[in-house]
Write a protein that binds this ligand. Structure first.
Ligand code: SF4
Length: 561
């Protein structure tokens, strides 16, 4: 019995639950075990709640072989190479029987029992045998129907379990993420479908194999990820305000002691604090525990930093990011797609909003997008991007239908912006940069190491890389709409000797306009399903990770229709 230990965290051993995940889908196991991905679904939350009583305490296992029942028993089996935590261990004094609790109802016949459950029990039985117990049967107890379904530990099941252990070892040793399942109904119930993107990755691989680069809608793509988040960011702009936690709510109080607003914690995805806004320690700790980041900005909207809980555990992705970033050829291959996508999106803005739509400008942008895609060096790419920006911003003023004396646009200027249009653009670019910063961090990247923007102290280069293709589609689009819809007036701007800034009310209005855009659902140009812009950013970051893992050959930039 010396193998019975109170903890199952020895990394060389495969947890029986991970082996079950591998039997369900090798990719799911890899995402969870190697890359540390975990997302709750309604089923996982329900399962955890229903399971909670068996996890509450660990019972001691008697040293002699008298009959006993013990909950939450941890075992290691170094020879087989597994570890496990048994929900319940029953013994009649002769034989031991592991009991695994599962949500839901028992199948109509024992043959209908899900293979992953059988594998998990077999791994537990092998661990028991290695620890001196006699075990030839396990039991799955279904909480929903309160039924016990026995599982015979025969040599067929043992052979299958040992083969899966060997296959899982080999998959993790190779460092190669297993491919997504093809049109499998298992994906419909998978909590990591939004991370895995099975249909999306399969489609992009197929397009690459067929050397197709044009966008097309595919009705076979299932929308396995939610179109948008239920939780949304909150922004606190008022000077002297304080954010506090009260119960399940976040409250914003003004410096004179009045409550300004409140939000339910479960509906908050991030907290953005501008200028002299304070946050209490209890609120900060609660947000860290819930994985909700707190972002700090200067009064003018410059992103200063982030406070968050433990960072993403996906070390493998960061290792690959460093490898790719230090390889000029690989970096260039990503940068080319990013810049080309950005130029295409600038062209789309002009097609949509510029009544003149000069053919020569559209043609030039089209050519520059193509040149960017085939650019031979980073230097050339920078030149192409500069030329396209000049051409795009030469038409930006034409896209504005506001009072020309007040809201004009001659050229792009910044730090500080000299006119209202540039002030709004700078403010929006700041918000968008922070959005991408949080997105790439959540996916597991290091935001400071990019492929196009070169590393510089304090510069979130990867967030800036990923922002390029969305500048015209999100930030410029919000600015143009707000001016054209007269949502901003002359009194919304403060002119100083050196530049122009927004009043606090104008900042709130711009943030509201930005949030409307981020929550707007569009039809994805490649996948054909409806999705919010905020979710699009996450999908793009995940697709970038698939390039670094070698699943996709090229980064598929988001190109709006
Ligand atoms: S979504 Fe499908 S392919 Fe992806 S991990 Fe889940 S089950 Fe496997």
């Amino acid at each position: 019995m010396q193998g019975v230990v109170p903890d199952n965290s020895i990394p060389d051993l495969i947890p029986a639950s991970m082996l079950a995940a591998f039997a369900y889908c090798p990719r799911l196991c890899y995402l969870q075990w190697v890359q540390g991905e975990f997302l709750d679904s309604a089923e996982t939350v329900d399962g955890r709640l229903k399971h909670s009583w068996v996890d509450e305490a660990e019972d001691p296992v008697p040293e002699d072989f008298r009959p006993f029942h013990a909950r939450s028993v941890s075992l290691t089996a170094p020879q087989v190479g597994v570890c496990c935590r048994l929900d319940l261990l029953e013994s009649d004094g002769q034989k031991a029987t592991p009991v695994e609790y599962k949500r839901g109802h028992a199948p109509k016949t024992p043959e209908g029992l899900y293979e992953p459950y059988q594998i998990q029990l077999c791994a537990q039985a092998l661990a028991l045998r290695e620890n001196g117990f006699s075990c030839d049967q396990g039991v799955v107890y279904f909480i929903g129907s309160k039924e016990r379904v026995p599982v015979k530990i025969d040599h067929f099941l043992i052979d299958r379990t040992l083969a899966l252990i060997a296959a899982l070892r080999s998959a993790t040793k190779n460092g190669q993420i297993p491919p997504p399942l093809q049109s499998s109904s298992r994906c419909n119930r998978c909590s990591l479908a939004g991370v895995c993107l099975p249909d999306e990755v399969n489609l992009l691989k197929q397009l690459e194999a067929e050397s197709k680069c044009e966008s097309w809608q595919n009705e076979d793509i299932r929308k396995l990820l939610p179109a948008r988040d239920d939780a949304v960011p909150i922004y606190v702009v008022g000077q002297g305000h304080t954010v506090r936690k009260r119960g399940e709510r976040l409250e914003v109080w003004s410096h004179d002691g009045g409550k300004v607003s409140e939000a339910r914690l479960m509906e908050v995805s991030q907290v953005n604090l501008y200028g002299g806004v304070e946050i209490t320690t209890p609120a900060t700790v609660e947000l860290m525990q819930r994985g909700i980041p707190v972002l700090h900005f200067t009064h003018g909207g410059w992103f200063e930093g982030i406070c968050e809980g433990m960072s993403h555990k996906n070390v493998e992705l960061r290792i690959r990011q460093f490898e790719w970033a230090s390889d000029p050829t690989k970096s260039l291959s990503i940068a080319r797609q990013i810049v080309s996508g950005k130029i295409e999106n600038c062209r789309t803005r002009i097609r949509r909003y510029d009544p003149g739509q000069p053919a020569d400008v559209l043609e030039l942008l089209s050519r520059l997008a193509n040149d960017a895609e085939h650019s031979s060096s980073m230097q050339t790419l920078l030149g192409i991007e500069g030329a396209s920006a000049n051409s795009y911003f030469s038409r930006f003023g034409e896209m504005l239908k506001a009072d020309e004396d007040v809201f004009f646009f001659k050229d792009r200027n910044k730090r500080p912006p000299r006119d209202p249009v540039n002030a709004v653009l700078s403010y929006l670019y700041g918000i968008l940069a922070k959005e991408l910063f949080v997105t790439v961090l959540a996916v597991g990247f290091d935001p400071y190491l990019g492929f196009y923007h070169q590393p510089r102290y304090g510069r979130p280069a990867l967030a800036l890389d990923m922002m390029e293709e969305f500048r015209p589609t999100i930030a410029d689009s919000v600015a143009i709409s707000m001016f054209n819809n007269r949502e901003l007036t002359k009194s919304d701007f403060i002119r100083t000797g050196i530049g122009t800034s927004l009043t606090p009310d104008a900042k709130r209005a711009v943030v509201a306009g930005y949030e409307r855009r981020m929550q707007k659902e569009i039809v994805h140009p490649v996948f054909g399903y409806k999705i919010s812009y905020r979710r699009v950013l996450e999908v793009q970051a995940r697709l970038l990770s698939r390039v670094l893992y070698g699943e996709l050959k090229e980064y598929p930039a988001f190109v709006a229709r």
